[in-house]
Design a protein around this ligand. Structure first.
Ligand code: NOJ
Length: 506
């Protein structure tokens, strides 16, 4: 890899007892830098339950899964979920058992603002998150708060949801309430989780809520709202909260790694193109020095729109003042990463769609452990981290999600152990050998939860939850001890580190 540093220096010059500067100790390649955040992640709709308790409003996911229960594989919904609304203290103890120093969770917007607007402020919702935050801090765990992890208040869907640019105003007011109520104790904020995923709620009728079926159109329209909403929240924090709260605000984007199928230039271009459609669509306006949607995305969507006989591009335009407003609005880059695949140039996806506009065909990389859509390829994350750092230099990266899924009933989760050892080692190689600046890792997920359309059939938890028992008891899987050891020592054991698949085969 580029920027090869065998060992990294931990601190600047340190003084000997005589006050004479001596060389600082070198940090081993398998060790995290000081102050690194290590923990686990969850999301409100996936774990809280209590869907209509204490004044909470309906979210688009409540609405969709109540109206069409068969959309999820097992007809599961979020009514009770893992009951974390009532069991949050126990969940904080699970984090303690993991030796986590950080917990990433999301606020449910309709729990705080049942109508989505500030005409009704639900104090019980604010109290709940205050309790969670205080419990975390009392146990030495830093809260990282996601403002939006897909559970839009249903009342705002009545206005059209995210493709309606007015939603940026509503999001700004919601964020203001969050900063006012929690910002004295929360230092790490994420505006949105995976816009590239939840925009599927506007491109398909069945994949994600709200199930608005306008592929290749509404999913681009909402990108403009999301970027403006994110930028305005960042600027609000800058102007009104940062000086006293001193926190950091970022956004979490999802990215797989796309390994070119062959050594051809065409396949290298296909890989870059897909990364620009998946990550760059959201990242380029915020993190690049020139701002705006990536050129390749603008050109291809405009060309396809023209071919389709449309009067304008399906991708909205950002005005010079909007480009300026959005550019530079992040203190760090949040990245969710789960898998890698091969990529080549070609045609796939319905017309119109983002995938079709990207003009690529993906396939599984053979020879690696797989579960569902996840392929255990640690070097893919290492390459992606290098790509993010090279493409958007100057921003520290926080891996806000990464994890493995098993079918129900697996407590001896050897697949997850293999996956976590590999991926955490890949992060360490990226930091210590490639020079990628990184500040944290939160594994997905703390507990088994509602995996969206897969219901409760796909288990991402480090701790298992018994969904047949109304008490929802939690049990550690074997991976807890492995990750707890890594988190305690701030290092991957040397043997595991050496054995991890962190370098691509040549
Ligand atoms: C990313 C999403 O943020 C999370 O909600 C989901 O459960 C995981 N990926 C696994 O699919």
């Amino acid at each position: 890899m580029r920027r090869s540093l065998a060992l990294v220096v931990v601190a600047a010059l340190v003084c000997s007892t005589q006050g004479v500067p001596v060389k600082p100790p070198a940090r081993a390649a398998n060790r995290f830098p000081d102050g690194f955040h290590l923990g686990a992640a969850t999301a409100a709709f996936q774990i809280e339950g209590a869907w209509n308790e204490d004044g909470k409003g309906e979210s688009i996911w409540d609405h969709m899964l109540h109206a069409q229960p068969n959309l999820t594989k097992d007809s599961g919904n979020g009514d009770v979920a893992a009951d974390s609304y009532h069991k949050y203290k126990e969940d904080v103890q699970l984090l303690v058992g993991l030796n986590a120093n950080c917990y990433r969770f999301s606020l449910s917007w309709p729990r705080i603002l049942p109508t989505g607007d500030t005409n009704v402020i639900n104090q019980a919702g604010i109290d709940y998150y205050n309790n969670v935050i205080n419990e975390l801090l009392a146990n030495g765990i830093e809260p990282m708060v996601t403002l939006y992890h897909w559970d839009l208040p249903q009342e705002l869907q009545k206005l059209g949801g995210w493709p309606n640019i007015e939603l940026a105003d509503y999001f700004l007011e919601y964020a203001r309430i969050a900063f006012e109520n929690f910002g004295d104790r929360v230092q790490l904020w994420l505006t949105f989780n995976e816009p590239n995923m939840f925009c599927n709620g506007y491109s398909s009728a069945t994949d994600f809520a709200p199930g608005a079926n306008a592929s290749g159109i509404a999913d681009y329209m909402m990108a403009k709202t999301i970027l403006l909403a994110h930028a305005r929240v960042y600027r609000l924090y800058d102007q009104h909260f940062r000086f006293k709260q001193r926190g950091k605000v970022g956004i979490t984007l999802d990215g797989a790694w796309y390994e070119p199928l062959t050594n051809s230039k065409e396949d290298a271009d296909a890989s870059e193109r897909q990364l620009q459609f998946e990550v760059g669509l959201w990242a380029n306006p915020i993190f690049s020095s020139q701002g705006n949607f990536p050129k390749v995305v603008r050109q291809r969507v405009a060309a396809n729109s023209k071919k389709e006989g449309r009067a304008r591009s399906r991708l909205p335009t950002l005005s010079p003042s909007e480009i300026h407003l959005i550019k530079g609005t992040a203190d760090f880059f949040g990245l969710n990463h789960y898998f890698s695949s091969f990529i080549t140039s070609g045609s796939s996806g319905q017309e119109p769609s983002k995938l079709h506009d990207a003009g690529v065909v993906t396939s599984t990389i053979p020879g690696y452990p797989t579960a569902y859509w996840i392929t255990d390829v640690p070097w893919g994350l290492r390459k992606l981290l290098n790509w993010v750092h090279d493409t958007y230099p100057g921003y520290p990266i926080f891996v806000t999600e990464n994890g493995w899924a098993d079918p129900p009933g697996v407590l001896n989760d050897t697949g997850r152990i293999h996956y976590l050892r590999g991926y955490v080692s890949a992060i360490l190689r990226a930091i210590n050998e490639d020079g990628v600046p990184m500040i944290g890792y939160t594994s997905w997920s703390l507990i088994d939860n509602l995996e969206w359309m897969d219901g409760y059939t796909m288990k991402f938890g480090l701790y298992s939850v018994d969904y047949d028992d109304p008490e929802r008891p939690r049990t550690p899987k074997a991976s807890v001890a492995v990750l707890a050891d890594i988190y305690k020592n701030k290092a991957v054991p040397w043997k595991d580190f050496e054995n991890a698949n962190t370098t691509p085969p040549s």
